[in-house]
Design a protein around this ligand. Structure first.
Ligand code: 5RP
Length: 220
């Protein structure tokens, strides 16, 4: 039996097979990514550097002595590795539980391959039981909340949280996202929305799912 941390560690370890010597790697945020950075620190693969998706990840990279590179100079990334809050076997994701969704979405978009590492409790048939994070500029918070209500959700302000970009987060409850691409597109149209934590238009290319009976790899 593995606890959740043990499963996250196994998923992170399995992702190392995609990391090549001399690579510039995009790196997400969260506790599963923390396990990835530990695994990178302890393995023999030498990276040219990593592009970080958050201040939290930048700190962990510094502690692991992995050089951090600026995306503006790194160009297209060959590989991005990140966790998720929920995932479908088709590669659609909910992300942003750690409030890093905007930079994470940029890195996913700027990468040739996106490998998502999760424990098996996060694999679902339909997204939505995990409240969908939406990053919003502060003055648009109430307006965007009303638009999200009109789309059928129940937005809740994540009080006290300011993102690395100086914005706020609305967590949208009570959603059943049977058309994740359509919903992502609809939320993207709301003025004041910076990023919706639905990664369906550009989802994961590879899902590494760790459970008690081992690690399985899905290629949506
Ligand atoms: C941060 C994220 C994380 O990937 C997501 O919250 C999963 O985190 P964890 O690996 O700690 O379960 O999207 O914004």
């Amino acid at each position: 039996m593995f606890d959740t941390t043990g499963k996250k560690r196994r998923a992170a370890q399995a992702a190392l097979q995609y990391v090549e010597e001399g690579m510039v790697l995009g790196i997400g945020t969260g506790s599963t990514v923390h396990e990835l950075i530990e695994a990178l620190k302890n393995c023999k693969i030498h990276l040219e550097g990593a592009v970080s998706s958050s201040r939290q990840t930048s700190e962990a990279l510094r502690a692991a002595r992995i050089p951090e590179l600026d995306l503006n100079f790194a160009g297209e990334l060959p590989l991005y590795i990140d966790g998720a809050d929920q995932a479908t076997a088709q590669g659609a994701l909910i992300k942003g539980g750690g409030a890093a969704l905007t930079r994470e979405k940029v890195l996913a978009a700027a990468s040739t391959r996106f490998v998502c590492i999760i424990d098996d409790s996060k694999l679902v048939d339909v997204l939505g039981a995990f409240p969908l994070p939406v990053e919003v500029i502060p003055m648009a918070r109430s307006y965007v909340a009303r638009r999200l209500l009109a789309l059928g959700g129940q937005p809740v302000w994540r009080d006290g949280v300011v993102t690395d970009n100086g914005n706020v987060i609305l967590d949208v409850h009570n959603l059943t996202l049977s058309d994740p691409v359509g919903f992502e597109t609809a939320v993207n149209q709301i003025a004041g929305v910076v990023t919706v934590g639905l990664f369906a238009r550009r989802g994961a290319d590879v899902l590494i799912v760790a459970g008690n009976d081992g690690v399985k790899t899905l290629t949506p």
